[in-house]
Design a protein around this ligand. Structure first.
Ligand code: FAD
Ligand code: NAG
Ligand code: NAG
Length: 429
């Protein structure tokens, strides 16, 4: 596919991975990101199954992920006066260690690893603080599309536009001619993250979680750099079916409105939460969103195609990150495999992804979801259940039982592709 011009929208997880694989296939890739720099927010996510297989194919990535993985020594659940109910620590027992992924990493750090892996590639150009205004496709949808930008990039033709702009994708809305909320299936859950400069845990490497009345849950994690990572999580109130829940309403108005809403919601919650909530107002990596699934009848329309949460957010089941990694690899692989016939490549991407999407979007039975939590929310649920297990003294029994079920989720075959760049001699590119 030498010479193919590809526009990737979004520089989080799916975006840089898509750029990596298209560049490997010989395409010229432009990545645009709406924010003025790489976003660093988010909690621990983990890479599993198909995601691990793709990671291992990306030169140097596994070592980088290990180097930046989360090193919490445990988590404890506390009462309002700070006394813990129970503390979970990795046991040093190899069977039990398998319960915690080796590839647990903060989302922002993973994004940085992927960015660093791609930023110096001569076939990849990153443009921050840019977004699309319009996408024009010919009526037969079989030819380059003209893309117009908001902030200075000049209007150009691209052979392919890949929307990697998350669950609320505007690329999807523009490319598929639908509303921004179309194809989004909300759960009742929401979550928000931010970091604050103060180390609320005073050097301890054991995170703390607190469930206050009114479903106001808050956890504090540690970072080796000596700051705190806060996560808030909750459900929409029951009285809001059909009408817009307050979290969604605030979220639609932007981060400042959402911060204000959350500050009010958590007012007087007690414990260390008051200090955390005060500092939230000044945090620069705040991220809050409803936990949603995205489901589409087709992943492409003409020359606009979706990868990651934009096309198949997995929601509370986890899997969003692994699915994004697999999607980026398979899309580039299939387009490269069908030279001169992009439509056939996109069709093959669709066919290869469907079974994976189906698996990762299935709300799994509770056991699978906490053996293999693939996102922060999954990890959070697991930790809650772990707290209960530790509290009741069932640790030995449960860990033996779970370790057995764990291995089976590890094998997830992905297609093998031959990349044009691998057939060339050094200096040929
Ligand atoms: C700041 C942040 C924090 C997150 N924290 C968590 C977390 O703690 N736990 C968890 O499970 N998941 C979290 N997620 C979601 C998680 O990254 C995804 O579920 C998954 O990794 C798939 O990633 P993605 O690249 O498909 O989408 P996303 O990670 O959602 O990335 C989309 C990217 O596109 C950019 N973008 C959006 N609109 C436009 C536009 N119009 N033009 C250009 N760029 C645009 C966004 O700024 C973002 O960088 C977070 C996402 C972000 C952006
Ligand atoms: C993750 O990234 C932050 C910067 O956003 C950095 O301070 C921190 O040290 C990184 N953590 C790890 C474990 O690499
Ligand atoms: C939050 O905490 C409450 C206790 O106040 C608990 O019952 C609930 O399950 C938790 N919910 C979520 C989604 O975090």
């Amino acid at each position: 596919m030498s010479g193919l011009k590809v526009l990737v929208v979004g520089a989080s997880i799916a975006g840089p991975t898509t750029a990596y694989w298209f560049a490997k296939a010989g395409a010229k890739v432009t990545v645009i990101e709406r924010f003025s720099e790489l976003r660093t927010g988010g909690q621990a996510i983990d890479i599993r199954t198909a995601g691990v297989s793709v990671m291992r194919k990306m030169t140097g990535m596994e070592a980088q992920v290990r180097a930046h993985s989360v090193q919490e020594e445990g988590i404890s659940f506390v009462r309002a006066d700070g006394r813990p109910y129970g503390t979970i620590r990795p046991s040093g027992n190899p069977d039990q260690q398998t319960l915690v992924s080796e590839y647990e990493i903060y989302r922002g750090n993973l994004s940085k690893v992927l960015f660093d892996l791609t930023k110096d590639d001569r076939n990849i150009k990153y443009v921050f603080g840019e977004q699309i205004v319009s996408i024009r496709q010919d009526s037969d949808k079989d030819g380059p599309v003209a893309v117009e930008f908001a902030n200075g990039l000049k209007t150009s033709d691209f052979d392919l536009v890949v929307g990697c702009d998350g669950a609320g994708s505007r690329t999807r809305a523009m490319g598929f001619g639908c509303g921004v909320r179309d194809h989004i299936f909300p759960t009742r859950l929401w979550a928000a993250y931010f970091s604050i400069k103060e180390d609320l845990l005073k050097g301890s490497k054991i995170g703390q979680g607190f469930n206050a009345v009114g479903g106001r849950n808050i956890s504090i994690g540690t970072d080796p750099e000596g700051f705190s990572r806060i996560m808030l999580m909750g459900t929409h109130p029951k009285e809001y079916p059909g009408t817009t829940p307050p979290f969604r309403e605030a979220s639609a108005k932007g981060d400042d409105a959402l911060k204000k809403h959350l500050a009010k919601h958590y007012e007087g919650v007690g414990w260390k939460a008051d200090a955390a909530m005060q500092q939230m107002m000044y945090s620069d990596d705040f991220y809050g969103s409803e936990i949603v699934q995205v489901k589409l009848p087709s992943l492409h329309n003409g020359r606009v195609v979706l990868v990651g949460d934009a096309g198949y957010a997995a929601g509370p089941t986890g899997g969003g990150t692994s699915l994004a990694l697999a999607g980026a690899y398979i899309l580039a692989g299939e387009v490269a495999k069908h030279p001169g016939d992009i439509e056939a490549g996109l069709q093959a991407y669709e066919e290869n992804m469907r079974p994976l999407i189906k698996t990762f979007q299935k709300i799994p039975p509770i056991v699978t979801s906490f053996i293999a939590p693939q996102t922060a929310w999954g990890i959070w649920f697991r930790n809650h259940i772990f707290a209960f297990i530790a509290w009741t003294g069932l640790v030995e029994f449960v860990s033996k039982y779970l370790a057995a079920g764990f291995a089976s989720s590890e094998s997830f075959p992905i297609p093998e592709y031959r990349w044009p760049s691998e057939n060339k001699r050094e200096g040929d590119l």
